[in-house]
Design a protein around this ligand. Structure first.
Ligand SMILES: Nc1ncnc2c1ncn2[C@@H]1O[C@H](COP(=O)(O)OP(=O)(O)OP(=O)(O)O)[C@@H](O)[C@H]1O
Length: 227
């Protein structure tokens, strides 16, 4: 059973078609690039997958569960159980320190408090010595690493990363992709990276390409995919 299975997904914003995905699926454990120019609907699709924005038409199954058949509380529970998100604008809570941001993510996911899990996730992104820092005391790159640690502290099956590299120089772009791929490996998770950044293309073979203006999306599978 695929981890993501999307059929007949269509969405328009302000009367303008944004998404048209006849069919797209991602097997558990594989990674996928969500490619498309700015404004092609990548963030809209990530929010639809995560149960945050209802699409106009179509069906999204995550781990066999139809996301939009669930009421809001059910979608929150599914998101907590399955998904870690690195948002484009990070969305760290400024009033909480780094460790508390991760504790909050676990609490929202309905998981028990686990100081070791939080310290371990921060250690793996190289921030094991910044647990008590507030987001405002961190560099942009450090904030992004906190956002990655927060996405994986719930041991998700699916990591959604929205434009994680577009603002970074080549060295940091490679580092962030390495980090996301490493964390996906640790969790045994599928990684979906939304990007218009060409530098990511040779790192993940499978892709869903969103063209401009809501034309139908194209799927490409890399080597090693058992169709
Ligand atoms: N609240 C809104 N009101 C009107 N148009 C919107 C709104 N939100 C998004 N859009 C439009 O919907 C389209 C898809 O937006 P979306 O953010 O999903 O694209 P994207 O591919 O993630 O872009 P980027 O790479 O620039 O983040 C864009 O053309 C955008 O201008």
């Amino acid at each position: 059973m695929p981890l993501i299975d999307v059929t007949g997904l269509r969405h328009a914003i302000a009367g303008r078609p944004v998404l048209d995905i006849p069919h797209w699926s991602v097997e558990s454990g594989r990674h996928c690039l969500l490619l498309g120019p700015s404004g092609s609907g990548k963030t809209t699709l990530i929010h639809a997958l995560a149960g945050l924005k209802r699409p106009d038409q179509g069906r999204i199954l995550l781990d066999g569960q139809a996301v939009w058949d669930l009421a809001a509380a059910g979608r929150d529970a599914l998101r907590g159980r399955l998904i870690g998100i690195v948002f484009q604008t990070l969305h760290l809570v400024p009033a909480l320190d780094v460790a508390q941001n991760l504790h909050l993510a676990r609490w929202l996911a309905g998981l028990p408090r686990d100081t070791r899990a939080v310290a371990g996730a921060l250690d793996r992104v190289g921030l094991g010595n910044r647990l008590g820092a507030r987001p405002e005391q961190l560099s942009q790159g450090e904030k992004q690493r906190v956002a990655i640690a927060r996405a994986v502290v719930t041991a998700p099956k699916l990591i959604l990363a929205d434009e994680p590299t577009s603002a970074l120089d080549d060295e940091n772009c490679a580092r962030v992709l390495d980090l996301l791929l490493e964390q996906a490996e640790v969790c045994g998770a599928t990684l979906l990276v939304a990007t218009h950044d060409g530098r990511t293309r040779d790192r993940i073979a499978d892709r869903l390409e969103l063209p401009k203006l809501g034309a139908p999306a194209r799927t490409t599978l890399g080597e090693g995919h058992a169709a």
